[in-house]
Structure formats: structure tokens, C-alpha cells
Design a protein around this ligand. Sequence first.
Ligand code: NAD
Length: 253
Amino acid sequence: MRQDKTGTAQPSKPVAIVTGAGGGIGGAIVRRMAADGFHVAAVDISGRTLDEVVAGVQRSGHSAHAAVVDLRDELAVRDFVAGLPRVDAVVNNAGVFDERAFMDLNADDFTRHYDLNVVALFRMAQRAARRLPAGGKIVNIASRAYLGARNHAHYVAAKAAVVGLTRAMAMELLDRGILVNAVAPGLVDTPMLQALTPERRAAQLALQPTGRAARPEDIANAVAFLASPHTDFITGQILMVDGGKSLGGTAAL
Ligand SMILES: NC(=O)c1ccc[n+]([C@@H]2O[C@H](COP(=O)([O-])OP(=O)(O)OC[C@H]3O[C@@H](n4cnc5c(N)ncnc54)[C@H](O)[C@@H]3O)[C@@H](O)[C@H]2O)c1
């Protein structure tokens, strides 16, 4: 684990952990939460794009630091959370996605998707929950795909698990006054979208009632709302941010 020295957390500011912070959606969440007044502890497995995200936040006069942590590593996550001066919000955004037809999937595909999308999310959430105060927020990034989608059953199953985990965590952590919600994005314009074949990308875009994918900022806005003090009476909810795609065919009528 590495934490840089330039942007160490100021205890007077609320601290938000954002995972997958070097990614397309994660970077937008870091920028938005830092602009909202959090010091952001920005976590990713590599510093490659993470450092650029954090440098951008610092250049704009807001507060963040980079932490290179593999979320599959129990001890690294423990040490990272213990090293923060305080924790007020956690955004579990890191995830993995790839496409494979159901008949081509194997057990390793499921394990890989569960290890990061579900088990690593649980690990960070539980560690952080030990430090969150009453009124603390956890926001998990699920996916609209949890409703079902072709060509990535392993991802669909993992994101359905994130939805169930979010609701279960909301029930148990309410005893501590911690509020837990999820954002379920539809198609978002990030490198993950570029992982689709051009044909699949075109087919996905054709299904969008809006005719376009979401911008990462559309997701960050929803996350910022659920992490804000304005949502102290909302917990266990799954907020679809999908331009109406989950409405099915009715959205196009
Ligand atoms: N892009 C979409 O269309 C879309 C749609 C629905 C949901 N989502 C979800 O949004 C989240 C972010 O997606 P994205 O499109 O920004 O993806 P991305 O690939 O751009 O970002 C994911 C980030 O997670 C990091 N990461 C991977 N393994 C890690 C590990 N072991 N430890 C720490 N960090 C690790 C990666 O380095 C990367 O920076 C994911 O949970 C994804 O499932 C994305």
C-alpha cells in the first residue's frame, strides 16, 4: 500500500473512501466528492491513472490522496482503513467486467467476478463500518445488469449479489446509524464500455431510450446525493441511473 505525502487527510474534513478511483466512473466520483467538501482517500490497484485523478483534484484546490491497494488483499485493506484519520463515507466502486456467452463460461470466470465485485466490496465495507460514525454512508456501485443481461451471466450474478448485500447491510448497520444504498448504472461511457465488441456496443446503444450512454458524471451525481447529509432517511435503496432503460420497452413509446 502506498499513500502519497502531498495530500494527507485533514482531520477537520469528512473523509470519503472511493475505490476503483483510477477508473472512468471512480475518477468522476472522486472529483465530485472532493468538490462537495470531502477529503477523498482514492484507492486503486495501480497508480497509473489514479495519480492523475488525485493531481487534478489537488490542482482544483480540493483535497484527496492516492492509495494503491489491492482490494483482494485482506491485510492491505485493513492497514489502509486503519491509517485514515477518520472515515465518514465509503463508495465501493471498483469492479471487473467482461463478456462471455453463458455456454463459454467456466467457474474461474465466476470466482474472478465474485472476488472483486462482491467479496472485496464486503471486505472494505466491513472494515470501514467499524470506523464510520452514526450518519456515516456506504454507497455500493451495482449495475442495471443485475436485472439480467446477455453475454455476462457471471457479472449479472455478481451485481445481483451486490444488490442483496446492500439490502442486508442496510438492515444490520442501521443499528449503528450507518446508511447503505447502491447506485445501479446502465451503460456508461468508460473504458469498460470499450471492452465490448463494436457490434455489441452498437446494439447496447440502440437499446438506450436516451440514445446515449451515461456520462461518468451522471453516476457521480447520484453517488454524491446518497453520500450527502441530505439522505439521512434513505437506506437499503437501489437507485437506477440508466436513462430509463430499466423501464423496458415502455420508455421508447
Ligand atoms: N461502465 C459501465 O457501463 C458500467 C455500467 C454499470 C456498472 N458499472 C460499474 O461501475 C464501476 C466502475 O466501472 P468503470 O466503468 O469505471 O470501470 P473501470 O474499469 O474504468 O474502473 C474500475 C477500476 O477498478 C480498479 N480495480 C480493479 N481491480 C482492483 C483491485 N483488485 N483493487 C483495487 N482496484 C481495482 C481498476 O484498476 C479500475 O481503475 C464497476 O463496479 C462497474 O461494474 C459500470
